[in-house]
Each structure stands twice: as structure tokens, then as C-alpha cells.
Write a protein that binds this ligand. Structure first.
Ligand code: CAA
Length: 379
């Protein structure tokens, strides 16, 4: 890869690659099969500084920036996409605090996340509000000593394990999405109920649960930003989140490519290695081309974030391209493996299932096209 990354970024990538191949890869298939949350691995990742990579050092983070974060996440996803989404969503849950939190909020809530004392979750989606979070219904009613929040959230990554939830709720019945506000809700808050695990197609080692809030009491000082800022806060956080999912998808795509190369050089049909058939080698060429393009787009978005430049458009472009690439690569990798790829004996079966969600969460491909086309057509 010729992207001009710094020596420090190269070292971080190497360190995470070695860790992921040694500690995560050997247990990833079993964790997937058993639906086992990788608690021990996450503790080690926290010790390496991977849970708060963009959090400033004064709040306990690694403060290495979005490019390093993306490179690290690609390596984690290469070994285990479940572990990658746990890391990605914890980093996502830090963004609203980093961008809109008060100094007191940052000092209180960022260090436990950055140090890996616990995971973060981001509670935006509701049963009736997925691609259109502006239509969410969860209600936060203000009283003398704080808010009482009632409603339902679904598909909350890390939900069963998170110590803090960034949650968006409606603080007024009027004003549409301008009446949404963001809150920080600690685990164990009275009135917050964490539901059972979803039975998902993939990412079996990650946690995805619904939340129910019934008069959940939240002090005034747990509101992030001003009343009415909630939609903007969620969208700004998701800009960064989309770099995370693009990185995860790039890691999955690279794994599909490498598995295909390995298998095609081992497997013989018609007395020849699969790699010697043009039909197979061209699939590998297309995968390599698209993985490289996804990586460059993702690092471009991360680099613009690090430079403080606007990156909404390029983050959506990277997320759209990388997630669709990961699905194409998973399809081709399974095709290269033939019937064996359809069994759990080969990693591509897991990659195929894990790739599928990347075009859905943190904004579907259709939502990314809305964001990109609006930016292009703005005039
Ligand atoms: N940054 C800051 N502000 C932004 C913004 C951004 N990226 N995007 C929009 N805004 C602001 C706009 O400027 C606008 O402000 P004004 O009204 O003051 O002008 C306001 O927000 C409303 O913007 P839009 O009119 O563009 O909003 P919309 O209703 O048309 O929605 C959308 C646009 C792109 C479709 C958006 O709703 C969206 O991104 N939907 C997908 C939601 C999503 O990604 N959900 C994922 C859930 S989280 C998850 O999956 C995590 C996980 O667990 C893995």
C-alpha cells in the first residue's frame, strides 16, 4: 500500500496486526459459533489503547488520530468483525462527548471508556425510526431535577455490556428533528431496561439488544449540548462512525482476498491449482483492486478528519464503497472456495455473514447515497 502513512501509524498497524493474528484470529471462529462475547480480548485491546484512540491523552485516550484508528480497526476486522464493531461503537460513543460535551462531562465519562473499564453504546435507532432518526419517538420530559425519559430503542450494539449509552430523545413535541436532544445515560440508571440479545445472521460474538426506558431519570447535567442539538450531534458522531464501518469492511475485504489467494494455491481441480485458471485469478485481481480502493478512500476520510477538514461527504463515500466492496469480495471468496466455502470449516463462511451488515448499520447504502448526492448537488 503506497498511502503515505507516518512511521508511527505504520508501527501502530504492525502492533495491532500482530496482536490480532496472535490473540483474536485463533479464537474468532469458536467465539462466532458459540456466540461468545470476547471479554478477555477486549481487556487486552484496552491495555493497548485501542478503545479510545481518538480521545485526548488528558482524558486517558491514546490520542493517535483517525488514520491510526482506521488502520487498527482494519486489522481487528481482518481477524474478527465482531470484535471490530465492539471497538468501533465504543469509539463512536466517545464522539458526541468529544465534539459537544462540557469539560466536566469529558472528565467524568471519557476516561472509563478510553481505559477500557467499560464499553460505550449509541442509542439512536427505534422500532419505527431507522434510516429516519428524525422521526424518533422516545420522549424526554424536563422536571426540576432532570429529565424523565420513556421509549424504546432497538439494535443497540454493545448494549448488554455498555457502561454508558449516548441516547437521543425528543424534548418537545414540536419542531420535528430540531426538538431532539442527546443524553448520557449510565448503565443501571433507574427505568433503563436492557432486553435480550438479537439472534443475528452474523457478528455472533457481538452484542445487539433492545432498550426500554420507563420514566428513566437522568440529571440535567447528563444532557450533551443544548436542547434541540440532538440530531446534529448524532449526525456528526455518525460521520466519524462511518469511517469506522468503512475500516471494518476494508478489513473484511482484505481477509476475503487473502483467504482466496491461499485456497486457490492449495486446491487442485482438473490437475491444476485453482489459481492457474483465469476465471479465478481475475476474481482475485478484482478483489485486490477494490480492497485497495476502499482502503484509500477510508484513509482519505480519516485523514481529512485528522486535519480538521469537512469529511461528511468522503466518510459516506468510503462507507458506501467499502461496505459494498466487502459484500462483493465475500461473494467472490465463497465462489473461489466452492462448496467448502459454504461450510463452517472455512473462514469465508463467517466473512460472508459478517460482511452483510456493513451496508446496513450506521446508515444504509441508500442513506449514504442521499448524503453524497446532496453534497454533490448543493449549489
Ligand atoms: N453533521 C452535522 N449536522 C448535520 C449533519 C452532519 N453530518 N447532517 C445533517 N446535519 C444537520 C443539517 O445541517 C440540518 O440542520 P439545519 O436544519 O439546521 O439545516 C439537520 O441536521 C437536518 O439535516 P437533514 O435535513 O439532512 O436531515 P434528514 O432528515 O433529511 O436526514 C439522513 C438525513 C442523511 C437520511 C440522516 O437521517 C441519516 O443519516 N440517517 C441514517 C441514520 C443512521 O445512520 N443510523 C444508524 C444508527 S447507529 C448504528 O447503526 C450504530 C451501531 O450500533 C453499529
Amino acid at each position: 500500500m503506497s498511502w503515505p502513512i507516518t512511521d508511527e501509524q505504520r508501527m501502530i498497524r504492525l502492533m495491532v496486526r500482530e496482536f490480532a493474528r496472535k490473540e483474536i484470529e485463533p479464537v474468532a471462529a469458536e467465539n462466532d459459533r458459540e456466540g461468545r462475547f470476547p471479554t478477555g480480548i477486549l481487556t487486552k485491546m484496552a491495555e493497548l489503547g485501542l478503545m479510545g484512540m481518538m480521545v485526548p491523552a488528558r482524558y486517558g485516550g491514546a490520542e493517535v488520530g483517525a488514520v491510526s484508528y482506521s488502520l487498527a480497526l482494519q486489522e481487528i476486522a481482518y481477524a474478527c468483525a465482531s470484535t471490530a464493531v465492539i471497538m468501533s461503537v465504543t469509539n463512536l460513543s466517545c464522539e458526541p462527548l468529544l465534539l459537544f460535551g462540557s469539560e466536566e462531562q469529558k472528565e467524568q465519562w471519557l476516561p472509563p471508556l478510553a481505559s477500557g473499564e467499560g464499553l460505550g453504546a449509541f442509542a439512536l435507532t427505534e422500532p419505527e425510526a431507522g434510516s429516519d432518526p428524525g422521526g424518533l419517538r422516545t420522549q424526554a420530559v424536563k422536571g426540576a431535577d432532570g429529565y424523565r425519559i420513556s421509549g424504546s430503542k432497538v439494535f443497540i450494539t454493545n448494549g448488554a455490556h455498555a457502561i454508558t449509552f449516548v441516547l437521543v430523545a425528543r424534548t418537545s413535541q414540536e419542531g420535528g428533528k430540531k426538538a431532539l436532544s442527546a443524553f448520557l445515560i449510565p448503565r443501571g440508571a433507574p427505568g433503563l431496561d436492557i432486553g435480550p440479545e438479537e439472534e443475528k445472521m452474523g457478528l455472533h460474538a457481538s452484542s445487539t439488544v433492545p432498550l426500554t426506558l420507563e420514566d428513566c431519570s437522568v440529571p440535567l447535567e447528563h444532557r450533551i449540548g443544548q436542547e434541540g442539538d440532538g440530531f446534529r450531534i448524532a449526525m456528526a458522531a455518525l460521520d466519524g462512525g462511518r469511517i469506522g464501518i468503512a475500516s471494518q469492511a476494508t478489513g473484511i475485504g482484505q481477509a476475503c482476498l487473502d483467504e482466496s489467494v491461499r485456497y486457490s494455491k492449495e486446491r487442485k481441480q482438473f490437475n491444476r491449482f485453482l489459481s492457474s485458471f483465469q476465471a479465478i485469478s481475475w476474481m482475485i485481481a478484482d478483489m485486490a483492486t477494490e480492497v485497495e480502493a476502499a482502503r484509500l478512500l477510508t484513509l482519505q476520510a480519516a485523514s481529512q478528519k485528522d486535519l480538521g477538514q469537512p469529511f461528511t461527504r468522503v466518510a459516506s463515500i468510503a462507507k458506501l464503497y467499502a461496505s459494498e466492496m466487502a459484500n462483493r469480495a465475500a461473494y467472490s471468496a465463497l465462489q473461489v472456495h466452492g462448496g467448502y466455502g459454504y461450510t463452517r470449516h472455512y473462514k469465508v463462511e463467517r466473512l460472508y455473514r459478517d460482511a452483510r451488515v456493513t451496508t446496513l448499520y450506521e446508515g444504509t447504502s441508500e442513506v449514504q447515497r442521499i448524503v453524497i448526492s446532496r453534497e454533490e448537488l448543493r449549489g
